[in-house]
Every structure is written in structure tokens, then in C-alpha cells.
Design a protein. Sequence first.
Length: 147
Amino acid sequence: MRKKNEVSVAHRSGLDIWGAVIKKELGFSDAKMGMPAGTDPDMFIGRMNIDEFRNGGLKIHVHSSAQKVTLFHSDGVENKKNKFILLNSCGSLLVRDTNHRKIISAGDSIIIPAWGRYTEECFSQRSSLSFIFDIHLITDSVDALNS
């Protein structure tokens, strides 16, 4: 594994930098950064460490204040079903898409297909560990991932 990037940001302008890094380094075509309702964007502070595995997978460690991010991976834009995201939360995290809404409590994980738009929202301190991998590393069928 090699270190790919490490980013520390603060305030409203940091949210824009954070979104740009997500798009450039993690393969997302869209990353809309924001804060939960009633939270001042100038209070944002965060650190993101990105490491790359030899097989091309990515490990992302995020530690930040409250945040809300809506993501759409390039897999969705290209109508491919190649990648999935394993998201582990060390605190409470709300993950939702157009059809589902799930609260990830501390120590729990969720598998998210990378080809759909979804939102991650944390209402207090965020500490999470995410992995982005090719589906073929764990299964031959996309259907097996959905079940």
C-alpha cells in the first residue's frame, strides 16, 4: 500500500477543496459538499488520508467535523457496475439514496454500489474508514453484491 494523498482543510473554502479531492483522487464525477442544516460552514475542519493498494483499491480515512456530502461515482456516469464502497463508521452516520435510508452506528459498516448517487451525512464529529474496490475482487456477479 502506498500513500496517495493527505488533505487537511478548514472553513467554507475547505469544503470546496475537499470536494475537488474526492473527485480527482477517488474517481467520483460529482461531489457536493455541505453541512447539516443549522451548522455554520465556516466551522468545518477535516482531514482525509487516501492510500492505494497494489490491486488499485483505495482506503480513505476521514476525520472531520459535521458534514454532508452527496456523491456520484464515475461508474454511474459511464453506466458501469465495476466498483463498490465499503463504509465503516466509528460514529453515527446517515447514508441515503433515492430509495433507502440507513443509520450506520459506531462500529458498523455498509456496502454501497458505486454506480448510484447517494448522500453521507454526519451531524457531529465524523470518523470513518472507507474502501473502494473493483467488484471482481470479491464476486463474479453484481447480483451477489446486491443481495
